[in-house]
Design a protein around this ligand. Structure first.
Ligand SMILES: [Zn+2]
Length: 210
C-alpha cells in the first residue's frame, strides 16, 4: 500500500474527530496533500471513527480517482478539499467536520470575530462564515474559496466548519481551536458577551509577520 504514514495519520485523526463528537454517522472528511498533485482523501459512507488505511483514496486535483480499492469512492466533500489545495499552495492538510458548538454558530451565521479570547488572537485570528453552499456540490467550495484564501478556519453556513494547515495535524488542531473558541463565545454570551481586548492588546498578541 502507498503512503502508509499518511493513511495511518488520517485514520488516527478520524478516530479523534469521532470520539470528540464532531461527526455524526458518516459525516466529516480529512485529506492530505501528496507529492505530484495528488491528494489522499477519506471515503464516502464510512464513519470517521472506523476508517482503515486501505479504504482511503488517492485522487488528483480534479478529483479523478488514481488509487482505491473496490467498493470505496471519495468523500462527496472532496471538491471542498481540492479547492483549499488549489487556493493555498502552502496547505498540506484539510479537516472538515460538524463540531456542535461551531456548527451552531454556522447555523446562526455568526462569525467568531469578537476579540474576547487572547489564545485565538495569537493563533487563528477571526473565523468568518462562508455564504450558504449546498453540501456535496461545487457551490460549497465556490462559496468558501474567497475566505479560505485569507483564513485558516471558516464556518460553512448551516453546515459545519473547515480548517487548513501546513499539514493535517495542524488543520486538525485548528478545528479543536475553532470548536473551543465557539464554546467560549457561547458561554461568554450567557455572561453578557465578555470584555473585548483593546486594539493595543490585540496588536501585542498577533503573530509577528516575518
Ligand atoms: Zn459536512
Amino acid at each position: 500500500m502507498t503512503f502508509e504514514r499518511e493513511r495511518a495519520l488520517i485514520c488516527e485523526l478520524g478516530r479523534r474527530m469521532w470520539q470528540r463528537g464532531w461527526v455524526a454517522a458518516n459525516d466529516g472528511n480529512l485529506s492530505v496533500r501528496l507529492p505530484e498533485g495528488k491528494v489522499l482523501v477519506t471515503p464516502a459512507g464510512v464513519s470517521k471513527g472506523f476508517l482503515r488505511p486501505e479504504m482511503l483514496l488517492v485522487v488528483d486535483l480534479e478529483g479523478r480517482v488514481l488509487e482505491g480499492v473496490e467498493g470505496f469512492r471519495p468523500s462527496s466533500e472532496t471538491p471542498l478539499h481540492l479547492m483549499c489545495y488549489r487556493v493555498r499552495e502552502a496547505v498540506g492538510g484539510v479537516c472538515h467536520a460538524h463540531p456542535p458548538t461551531a456548527t451552531a454558530f454556522a447555523c446562526a451565521r455568526l462569525p467568531l470575530d469578537r476579540p474576547i479570547l487572547s489564545e485565538i488572537a495569537m493563533t487563528l485570528g477571526t473565523v468568518p462564515v462562508a455564504p450558504y453552499g449546498q453540501s456535496g456540490t461545487e457551490e460549497l467550495p465556490r462559496a468558501a474559496a474567497p475566505l479560505i484564501a485569507e483564513h485558516d478556519g471558516v464556518l460553512l453556513a448551516n453546515h459545519g466548519a473547515v480548517t487548513v494547515g501546513a499539514d493535517l495535524e495542524q488543520a486538525y488542531y485548528r478545528m479543536e481551536t475553532v470548536e473551543h473558541t465557539a464554546l467560549i463565545h457561547w458561554r461568554a454570551a450567557a455572561l453578557g458577551g465578555g470584555v473585548p481586548l483593546t486594539e493595543e492588546q490585540l496588536a501585542a498578541l498577533r503573530p509577528k509577520k516575518e
